[in-house]
Design a protein around this ligand. Structure first.
Ligand SMILES: O=C(O)CCC(=O)C(=O)O
Ligand SMILES: [Mn+2]
Length: 201
């Protein structure tokens, strides 16, 4: 199987919508430049097996005031929506046809920054969460494997201006990662829009 097959993604027990050219390049360039300049990036430390490690990337959590999100073992008070993030959210909501109350920004400065295997299946996201993932900047490889298995089943090259929507049972059956690479990579910002099931949402 071609790991970079860009045809409609048909993985069992998953629902993936892949829009490689969702944004035109000029708008994607402008959003990337503004996000890099405006975002108060943080590098939280996580506890793994009794030792503390900084996460291998920079992050920021924005959302409605009640959308407190626990990721990397910590609870995060959301930053308020900026004009730019509210505009991006509106475009993503119109595309996907559902509302989101938070967005996690991940900043990968180069190929040494990464995100390990996980699924986005925290209880606060509820059953069958819809996660809309917008990619800006350098292309990185996004791998998918079945939960409980080590073999990569599919990879996508997440390119500048692309949108990947994961929905249905995907998070309950599949894990994903953005692995480190020695290849040279331009800075990349990824935005994952989420709907947290908080009272009043
Ligand atoms: O950077 C990416 O494409 C993946 C981000 C991700 O999986 C997450 O934020 O949960
Ligand atoms: Mn994820």
């Amino acid at each position: 199987m071609d790991l970079f097959d860009d045809s409609p993604l048909q993985l069992p027990d998953a629902e993936l919508t892949w829009l490689p050219h969702w944004l035109d390049t000029a708008l994607a360039d402008a959003w990337l430049a503004r996000l890099l300049a405006e975002t108060p990036w943080e590098q939280p430390r996580v506890n793994l097996h009794g030792r503390e490690y900084p996460v291998p990337r920079r992050v920021a959590w924005y959302g409605d005031a009640d959308a407190q999100y626990g990721y990397s073992g910590l609870r995060h008070q959301p930053l308020p929506w900026t004009a730019l993030l509210a505009e991006i959210r509106a475009r993503v909501e119109a595309e996907v046809g559902q509302a989101f109350n938070g967005v996690l920004l991940n900043y990968y400065r180069d190929g040494g920054d990464s995100m390990g295997w996980h699924s986005d299946a925290e209880p606060i996201l509820g059953r069958n969460p819809v996660i809309a993932s917008l990619n800006l900047g350098g292309t990185r490889r996004f791998d998918l494997r079945r939960r409980g298995h080590s073999r990569i089943q599919h990879s996508l090259a997440l390119s500048h201006g692309s949108l990947l929507v994961m929905s249905g049972p995907t998070q309950h059956h599949w894990q994903h990662q953005v692995a480190k690479t020695r290849a040279s990579c331009a800075p990349r910002v990824n935005l994952t829009f989420r709907l947290l099931k908080v009272p009043g949402a």
